[in-house]
Write a protein that binds this ligand. Sequence first.
Ligand code: AMP
Ligand code: GLY
Length: 428
Amino acid sequence: MRVLLLGSGGREHAIAWKIAQSSMLEQLFIAPGNAGTRNHGTNVAIQPTDFDTIKNFVLENDIHVVVVGPEDPLVKGIYDFFKNDAQISHIAVIGPSKYAAQLEGSKDFAKKFMQRHNIPTAKYATFTKDTLEEGYAFLASMKAPYVLKADGLAAGKGVLILDSLQEAKTELKAMLADAKFGDASSSVVIEQFLKGIELSVFVITDGDSYKILPEAKDYKRIGEGDTGLNTGGMGAVSPVTFADKTFMDKIENQIIIPTVKGLKAENIEYKGFIFFGLIAVKGEPYVIEYNCRMGDPETEVVMPRIKSDILDLFEGVATNTLSERDIQFDQRAATTVMMVSGGYPEDYEKGKPIYGLNAVNDSIVFHAGTTSDGPAVLSAGGRVLAVTSYGKTIDLALSKSYNTISNIDFEDAYYRKDIGFDLMNYSK
Ligand code: AMP
Ligand code: GLY
């Protein structure tokens, strides 16, 4: 199989690493990739949303499958772009249609979908500039804290959780009337605050059947003890200790099956990963959000725990035969700890040389934001490296990740020392 993978982060490095192990692989290209992905295939300087250039590339290089890492090209309709062009419609795209990608691209779309299919989620209402007064009244009818969500994609910043009613009203006005998040906040979802513990569950689907992938938990805040600003993710672990069989069965029956069946019943084309951002409230799962792609940094622990050939699964998705494919997991735990640039998620410097990468032998270092300068590897983003390890337990895997990190260095590197902290003595 000749494969083009789109994206450039840790998620894509982990997917590239997994694809490179496939006996079905003929050649892998990554667009644009990073200094880590070049070890598993050929990086090509094409942006994932530059559909015309991607088209030329797949034709010239006889690509069979395009695997889409990030949400942007999916929400912009890369699936439909391929499907509707006779020259490239035979090439499989692993990802949902543009319409389906609204599960991530529009919070209101996702909420309505969940309502139609009785999928447990927080109560909500949606408002626009014209219904600002109703929005204020709705807020006043709720209890603190108040959850405001920009309807559209806002680079992970569109969700505000506010303690006071006054603040919530001020922010609602800023989002709706003053376009705080641009077009993304021309509609705002206000929803009930759910108190519980979060986890991420992933499936891959061909539109008819699905396979559940290993679940994971990510750590989004910059500071230890889950404090400070939100980031793209500072680490992840898999499995999630509180997600026992009873709980996973509830997720499958109440959330996964109604989602996959609901998509099919509504003729919504979906051939790719579905990411369920979930929260457990007193042992009951609720959907916080859908994403139409894999999570980052969750992928850096999920891919290492899949034993099966990923291209076999992708072929199953492409040919609607996923139900005939086998999926096996590695029973070991996997953890990843993100090394980030000092200052992230606010201002930070890039271009710092990274030392110690060649001596790593007990972990897998996935590159999140790196670039190369000859043999040298330089930091090129806020999140720089995801240091993944296996272990019999999460604790043992984490100690390997931390040990590896102690031998890697770049100027002003920062990482959280408490990944997994809340799972150690959590009880439902
Ligand atoms: P989202 O972008 O929808 O995932 O929201 C970002 C984060 O806000 C989530 O990961 C949760 O930690 C938090 N969050 C979102 N919705 C709720 C809710 N209804 N109740 C409590 N926390 C929430
Ligand atoms: N780790 C959360 C995300 O990828 O959105």
